[in-house]
Design a protein around this ligand. Structure first.
Ligand SMILES: *[C@@H]1O[C@H](CO)[C@@H](O)[C@H](O)[C@H]1NC(C)=O
Ligand SMILES: *[C@@H]1O[C@H](CO)[C@@H](O)[C@H](O)[C@H]1NC(C)=O
Ligand SMILES: *[C@@H]1O[C@H](CO)[C@@H](O)[C@H](O)[C@H]1NC(C)=O
Ligand SMILES: *[C@@H]1O[C@H](CO)[C@@H](O)[C@H](O)[C@H]1NC(C)=O
Length: 377
């Protein structure tokens, strides 16, 4: 009796070891989230994360979402987020027991700097050429970050600021616009570079950004790879007369090349930059699965957007403030993967956040965000 129970428990132990993800090899000294100092969240990138910075810049409604029906579900008013409700980064802040991270440009935000800051700007890419003049480009996002660092040093003193910056987590969503904007603006930039040189330029600029943050003490990073860009409703319709195919050859291929380069870059940086740790979320696979098998994940519609015009509601008209004024709006955003032609519903963002926060490989690796937030060193 005793014998059989001990052999079954060692069997369970072996099973447990087999299924314990590689986190066990990737341990850092951890503390419990409750108690101890605060771990701040700094957010960089594009419309996946922009919580309202573009409300404050001189741009066009193409890069803004501060009008109905954006925000119609959770907030009940348009905040500037490109969704019906919260974004992935909002859920991550919640899981980290932080308040919603405010946009850098929001007046009076200094008092909240110690929780982190959101620098993201809808439309931004890693390259300054991407939607130039209409967005806060990545290099300006970094300049704003450096201003916050100076402010923290002044407020907390160098030592405490350093501790705070090294415990903080830095989230990036960048790149999609670099690869989509040439198709959306008829820019000829892609014809001047080979695909691999263009990707190298995007990755090169992202690398500079990571190194800037690292230089100021940042050690813990979270990244999303890029979705199957050619299959977003807004690009699908570019395919001749919307026969429903993705713009595979072009945009999705660039995204795949980027994703390979990103994953290679991060492994290299992990060995080059002492103490750097990261969580890389496989947005590409997870969006693809939900587009192709929506019902498996609790959605009814995987390909068409909730809000927009025409086939797949792929014309970027949600809200009627952009060039096309008429638009359709679904009744239940919760049934949709896509909220508008390029962006996702709150329900989808929550699924992403849940996976990136507490999931394991292959969805997120080598760390998940929870373990990065709990990491002491
Ligand atoms: C980057 O963005 C800032 C702020 O929007 C802008 O002032 C600057 O001119 C941009 N840089 C380039 C090269 O476009
Ligand atoms: C891009 O060029 C095509 C063909 O010249 C034209 O029909 C289309 O309206 C242009 N699109 C934009 C966004 O300028
Ligand atoms: C960053 O992008 C610019 C174009 O905006 C490019 O000229 C430059 O070479 C890139 N930098 C790196 C390090 O790749
Ligand atoms: C859709 O149209 C594009 C461009 O005309 C073509 O290359 C592609 O094969 C078509 N796809 C289908 C499924 O018919």
């Amino acid at each position: 009796m005793a014998r059989s129970s001990s052999s079954s428990s060692s069997f369970i132990l072996i099973l447990f070891m087999l299924f314990t993800p590689i986190f066990s090899l990737r341990e850092c000294q951890q503390r419990r989230l409750e108690g101890g100092g605060k771990v701040a969240l700094y957010i960089f990138g594009d419309s996946l994360f922009d919580s309202g910075n573009n409300n404050y810049i001189h741009t066009t409604p193409l890069d803004q979402a501060n009008f109905w029906p954006y925000g119609e579900t959770f907030f009940n008013f348009p905040t500037g987020r490109f969704s019906d409700g919260r974004l992935m980064s909002d859920f991550i802040a919640e899981y980290a027991k932080l308040p919603l991270i405010r946009p850098y440009l929001e007046p009076g935000i200094e008092q909240d700097y110690e929780n982190g800051v959101n620098f993201a700007s809808a439309g931004a890419g890693a390259l300054v050429e991407t939607f130039q003049g209409a967005v806060i480009n990545l290099s300006t996002q970094l300049r704003n970050y450096k201003k916050v660092v100076r402010w923290l040093r002044g407020k907390l003193g160098d030592g405490e600021a350093e501790t705070s910056l090294s415990r903080a987590v830095y989230l990036f969503s960048i790149g999609s616009n670099d690869y989509m904007s040439p198709f959306l603006t008829n820019s000829s930039i892609l014809t001047s570079y080979s695909d691999s040189n263009y990707v190298a330029m995007v990755i090169g600029n992202l690398t500079m950004a990571i190194k800037e943050v690292y230089l100021r003490g940042g050690r813990k990073f979270g990244f999303l790879n890029l979705g199957p860009l050619g299959c977003l409703p807004g690009l699908r319709i570019i395919q001749q007369e919307a026969n429903g195919s993705c713009l595979e050859e072009e945009a999705s291929t660039l995204a795949m090349l980027h994703n390979e380069a990103l994953s290679k870059l991060l492994s290299n940086l992990e060995t080059q930059l002492k103490g750097l740790r990261f969580a890389l979320y496989d947005f590409n696979t997870n969006l693809g699965q939900r587009m192709n098998h929506p019902s498996k994940y609790g959605f009814k519609e995987g390909k068409s957007a909730c809000c927009g015009t025409g086939s797949f509601r792929g014309t970027f008209s949600c809200g009627g403030k952009r060039p096309v004024k008429e638009f359709e709006l679904c009744e239940s955003p919760n049934e949709y993967v896509f909220w508008d032609s390029f962006h996702l519903t709150e329900k989808f963002y929550k699924q992403m956040a849940d996976q990136m926060w507490a999931g394991g490989p292959p969805a997120v690796k080598p760390y998940n965000l929870k373990s990065l937030f709990q990491c002491l060193d």
